[in-house]
Design a protein around this ligand. Structure first.
Ligand code: FES
Length: 585
């Protein structure tokens, strides 16, 4: 019997009319009185959806979590939230990440639960759940859905996304046939799970583990591996203990644990999207995370995970090689090992016995894929508040490059002209896409890895400098400067770029500049006229009016945690007793 008063007892432990209502209506689901006897209520926050193929197996994962909760003496209650299916949602899942985070937060806060198990997988579902759970403030543990098995085409392994871009370029260059292209379609995604390259999904699930929000070794177990379900069962059981320990997200997600996550992001050659999502998660807890920190950590962290798109292998290989614990073990001298994690132990204890079983998949520090981290921050007159480049997936020869700008005013303009044989462009040019940021996109779509024009592909060109205020898929590669802040749509200096201008990228000095003087820049920006907003009602309007720029995590300003007050009390905002609840009739 627990002696601590549980939050859920404000619903189920009452002797009054409200208590009658709460228990009686729950009995409609066939539960007996035993579940109301001060058992920790574990919410299972499920982003399952058949429109989110990466998360379509999460009902089975939830069943495994429930086994663990029941066995540990808890009372599991599964609930849905909106889900964000990367391949389908328009204009972009990023536009709805904050909506899902609000759904997660309010579903937790409004309901009778003492802790929550978060089930996620596809790109935005992981950060949305982390953001929502961080704001809700109840004990939380994440169970990620796991990556798909590697794709296979004949005897060739295929990586989600990465090989789509690769083979699409091959198709446009006429090097593979229509028949082969169709065959590839059926060979890529051959099991449940999320994309199995080190894209945004694998990155964010790895970083959730790195910041201590999962049990050890959770991220890389393939979705269909029986050990995924064993992990889910143990996580359910562990949540019951976490409730008793009051192990809330603010104790796990700290400046130190986020620094660990950034380190791991660099070491795995993780997605550029992680920069935005980590910033958003940190801000939910009032943690300052300047962009410059990424660059400082990048300079001292080698890329050691040989996973596509930076490397050769896939997530299944990473799992067999030892997974995230083995990566962290290799770089443990660079980590904060004293941070507490969801296991109840420190990160140092969690990874103490981790081993690498394949030194080509997880390289030793003296034989890294790249000496410095994969993701760098650039500044300059084109990006006063910062921009991002993923050098581990870029052509080293283009790290210092000056070229003539070929400007596309928006994505529609790009699509209508990029393959035009008369387009005035060669491989030395810099392709510029405007109006693809948080407001301009809208929703900062993953347009940033602009396809190389077919006429250049046919010449054998494989990479060019491309810049935009968009994001790019974590599965993508190329010399691509992204997240330019502030964006063109709100009058950032990207809006001032004209065809024929010279643009200089200097990665060694971390700069991206438009080679015009300040007087000319100011003259052009004074002429800037904003476009008509994409929405004048509904969520779209809420989004456009409140979204922060990429350097501030694209969260809504009103969701960022204000300065901590002295008398915040024992409960997160709005999680107190239910005395004032309206009756359901
Ligand atoms: Fe869901 Fe790639 S589409 S992770």
């Amino acid at each position: 019997m627990d002696t601590k008063k549980l939050r859920s007892q404000d619903w189920f432990g009452r002797k009054d009319k409200l208590g009658f209502i709460h228990r009686s209506w729950m009995k409609a689901e066939g539960f007996s009185d035993s579940v109301f006897q001060n058992k920790p209520v574990v919410g299972i926050c499920n982003s399952w959806s058949e429109l989110t193929n990466c998360n379509a197996h999460l009902r089975q994962v939830a069943d495994a979590v429930k086994r663990g909760v029941w066995a540990a003496g808890g009372f599991p209650l599964e609930f849905p939230t909106i889900s964000l299916g990367e391949p389908f949602m328009r204009p972009s899942t990023m536009m709805f990440r904050n909506l899902m985070a609000m759904d997660v937060e309010e579903s937790i806060r409004a309901n009778p639960m003492d802790g929550v198990v978060l089930l996620c997988g596809c790109d935005k579902t992981t950060p949305a759940q982390l953001m929502g759970a961080a704001s809700a403030g109840l004990p939380s543990i994440m169970v990620t859905g796991g990556p798909m098995l590697r794709g296979m085409w004949h005897d060739k392994p295929l990586g989600s996304g990465t090989d789509v871009w690769h083979f699409w370029d091959e198709r446009r260059a006429g090097r593979i046939s229509e028949e082969e292209w169709c065959e590839l379609e059926s060979c890529m995604s051959r099991s449940a799970g999320h994309c199995m390259v080190m894209g945004t999904a694998s990155t964010m699930t790895s970083l959730a583990e790195a910041m201590g929000m999962t049990l050890t070794g959770c991220a890389s177990i393939p979705a269909v591996d029986s050990r995924r379900y064993e992990m889910a069962e143990r996580s359910g059981a562990r949540m019951v203990e976490m409730i008793r320990e009051d192990l809330t997200p603010d104790k796990l997600i700290t400046r130190k644990s986020i620094e660990n996550a950034i380190r791991v992001n660099m070491a795995i050659g993780g997605s550029t999207n992680a920069i935005i999502h980590l910033k958003a998660v940190a801000q939910r807890l009032g943690i300052d995370l300047p962009l410059a920190l990424y660059d400082d950590i990048s300079k001292t962290t080698p890329v050691i995970a040989n996973i596509r798109p930076s490397g050769k292998y896939l997530m299944e290989d990473l799992y067999y090689a030892g997974g995230v614990p083995a990566v962290m073990k290799q770089i443990e001298s660079l980590l904060h090992l004293d941070v507490i994690t969801a296991t109840g132990k420190t990160m140092g204890e969690n990874i103490a016995s981790a081993q690498c079983h394949n030194a080509d998949v997880i390289r030793p520090l003296d034989n890294p894929l790249q000496q410095e981290g994969g993701t760098l921050i650039l500044y300059g007159n084109l990006a006063p508040d910062g921009a991002v480049i993923k050098t581990s997936a870029a052509d080293a020869k283009l790290m210092q490059h000056t070229g003539r700008a070929v400007v596309f005013e928006d994505h529609g303009d790009f699509l209508s002209r990029y393959d035009d044989p008369d387009l005035d462009i060669d491989e030395t040019c810099v392709m510029v896409l405007k109006n693809a940021g948080p407001v301009g996109g809208p929703g900062m779509p993953e347009y940033g890895n602009l396809p190389i024009p077919a006429k250049l592909l046919k010449k054998g060109v494989t990479d060019m400098v491309r810049i935009s205020d968009a994001r790019m898929s974590g599965t993508s590669y190329g010399t691509v400067v992204l997240h330019i802040s502030p964006e063109a749509a709100i009058g950032g200096s990207l809006a001032a770029v004209e065809n024929g201008d010279e643009i200089r990228l200097d990665v060694a000095n971390r700069t991206i500049d438009l080679l015009i003087d300040a007087h000319e820049m100011n003259r052009r920006l004074r002429l800037f006229k904003s476009r008509r907003p994409h929405y004048d009602r509904g969520y779209g309007r809420l989004y456009i009016e409140n979204v922060l720029q990429a350097d501030r995590g694209c969260d809504f300003g009103f969701l960022v945690k204000p300065e901590k007050k002295e008398d915040d009390g024992d409960y997160a905002e709005g999680t107190r007793a239910t005395d004032e609840l309206p009756l359901p009739f």
